[in-house]
Design a protein around this ligand. Sequence first.
Ligand code: NAD
Length: 429
Amino acid sequence: MAATTVYKEPAPLLDRENPLESMMSRFNVATEILGLDEETYEVLKAPDKQVIVHIPVTMDNGKVRVFEGYRVIHNTILGPSKGGIRYDKNVHLDEVKALAAWMTWKCAVVDLPYGGAKGGIICEPATMSAGEIERLTRGYTLAMKDVFGPDRDIPAPDMGTGPREMAWLMDEFSKTVGATSPAVVTGKPLVMGGSLGRTEATGRGVMVATLAALKKLGLDPTQVSAAVQGFGNVGTWAAKLLSEQGVRIKCISDISGAYWNEAGINIDEAVAYKNAHKGRLDGFTGAVLMENADDLLTTNVDVLVPAAVEDVITEHNAHEIKAKLIVEGANGPTSASADPIINEKGIMVVPDILANSGGVTVSYFEWVQNRQGFKWTEEMVTERADRIMTDAFEKVYATSQKYNVPMRIAAYVVAIDKVAQTYKFRGGF
Ligand code: NAD
């Protein structure tokens, strides 16, 4: 057998704001507003557990390669931890820690009985065969067999993973425990216990949150325009469902560029084009290609939906934003340094932990259905998810009014308060 090579950890996150620091700066403001005691602050600041594993995988060329993988459990006071698994060459432990904490706050803000976790493996799935990815996923599952579990820690897909990987994970975990265990993971294919309504859930939540926010701003959806950055799962569904509500989607973008149509883009056409062109918009003729894709963020629209990647709204472009409302479909699209500028301009922001929580809500429904052994109809899923999103929005909005703080801080206040109160009742440190 050929020599084993350890897959190298990437360099520190020098070129962008550290996501853990971004999260902590918001966390600190919220804990001050709540007057959180020092002990609880210390408990919530650090993750409960970080597991680092090295997974040997026989590659198709016969050589063994060792991949580094993580699972960070931030907190489990509200219930088993929940969070996705990311396969990407830029996976970094600090980022996984931030995303795990985000999951704690996201679940708490929408009142799900879950804690927060996140996982990741440093790898380049695009350069790997299906067999290599399967062996990697099974190796990771085996290494995490004492971490995962329907009552302990429930993974889900994230960047670079999907139903296929979740199916392998479920199968491998089931073999180790000697019983079919669908509730150990969500985001599974429909035939093996996935939930109806999961695919569109995050985008649908973005739409519901946008409508609730427009109402507060006194704006009629049929009279407003929007730009949506990212045309993947979240972006396509958010754009499609918003356009069905009468919102004029003037601008969409993906990795190939940004596309503009003053009269409004036909989203069904754009989705069909994307599906016929390897998931990308290159060459889409229903809109004009913008010279600079980043101009989407500062273009003249009422609503901006960043639904692609982290840290796209920064101190460098926040001054230029013209939208009255930002609804964060992506996780962490606004860096902490941009917050004061956006607040100063009076832009309403529906923050990520609230705006994109429709996904984890329907993941929770999947877990509930698996445990019930009973499949819900799509109407049941949609109706319950919409109600959870609307209730959470109203609670965060009322908190922002009560403390006179932006919605982002209010969302953290709602989430941290719930977790802190639970600690008070459970005690035990
Ligand atoms: P995806 O991989 O399906 O789509 C990402 C899209 O963003 C693609 O169209 C890609 O071309 C585009 N993109 C990448 N870099 C870009 C850039 N620099 N500028 C413009 N477009 C760019 O991913 P997704 O599942 O839609 O997730 C998008 C974001 O939403 C991520 O931050 C993710 O963490 C977050 N999120 C997703 C879910 C979910 O259920 N899928 C739930 C909560 C949060």
